[in-house]
Design a protein around this ligand. Structure first.
Ligand code: PXP
Length: 237
């Protein structure tokens, strides 16, 4: 499995004071030096952490695979078509939420989703849909032409160590197998940390994990390079 590092919360800290510290581009460079598979940023509608100029600067870094998380809006589609990141992950977005709360409802807006991804795929951008472990959503994604899903692991992360963990984990496993049968590649992410990440190896067919909050949190104590290396070892083992 590969590791993609989400560096949004470097920007969260920077924006707490305004100014330039900590520098998002330096964080991206450190991740690059650690040879992570991708650098992920979520350009939110309200620009609460990552800003347009951050995404543009990361996009210009040589040999960095940028995975841009974004909502399915016209504004974001235009930005993606202009910047041409290597990958785009389509996520639901609510203004009030603290973080992405649930998966995207692709089945409920299938025609829109099909039209939305067409120009992105035409520019060879690798599109994924961030969805819950739900067969209805997986089969909807398979009709859009997008090659990837990203399974939302937030419920698993919350249930980790509780009586609900096994049931939720089995749903993720089943979803990954189901997606593969539809010819989809599978990434996963949200809420993964240094403790709960190891079970991801039990899920067949996973390509990449996208992890942000726990890595950036640990980096406060051990430095970003060390925090990334530790997670990379757990993911790639
Ligand atoms: N994947 C997606 C689609 C996300 O929206 C997020 C959070 O921005 C993540 C992965 C990373 O989640 P976390 O920060 O909890 O590791």
């Amino acid at each position: 499995m590969l590791l993609g590092v989400n560096i949004d919360h470097v920007a969260t800290l920077r924006n707490a004071r305004g100014g330039v510290e900590p520098d998002v581009l330096t964080a991206a460079r450190i991740c690059k030096e650690c040879a992570v598979a991708s650098i992920t940023t979520h350009l939110r509608e309200d620009r609460r952490h990552i800003k347009d100029e951050d995404v543009e600067a990361i996009r210009m870094l040589p040999r960095v695979r940028l995975n841009l998380e974004m909502a399915m809006t016209k504004e974001m589609q235009e930005i993606a078509l202009r910047l041409r990141p290597h990958a785009v992950c389509l996520v639901p977005e609510k203004r009030q939420e603290v973080t992405t709360e649930g998966g995207l409802d692709v089945a409920g807006q299938l025609d829109y989703a099909i039209e939305f991804v067409k120009p992105l795929l035409a520019k060879n951008i690798e599109v994924s849909f961030f969805i819950d472990a739900d067969v209805r959503q997986i089969s909807a994604v398979s009709k859009t032409g997008a090659p990837f899903i990203e399974l939302h692991t937030g419920r698993y992360a919350e249930a980790f160590g509780t009586a609900d963990e096994e049931k939720i984990f089995e749903e993720l496993k089943g979803a990954s197998v189901f997606a593969r049968n539809f010819g989809l590649k599978v990434n996963a992410g949200h809420g993964l940390n240094y403790q709960n990440v190891s079970r991801m190896h039990e899920i067949p067919n996973l390509t990449e994990l996208n992890i942000g909050h726990s890595i950036i949190s640990r980096s406060i104590f051990v430095g970003l390079e060390q925090a990334v290396k530790e997670m990379k070892a757990l993911v790639e083992e």
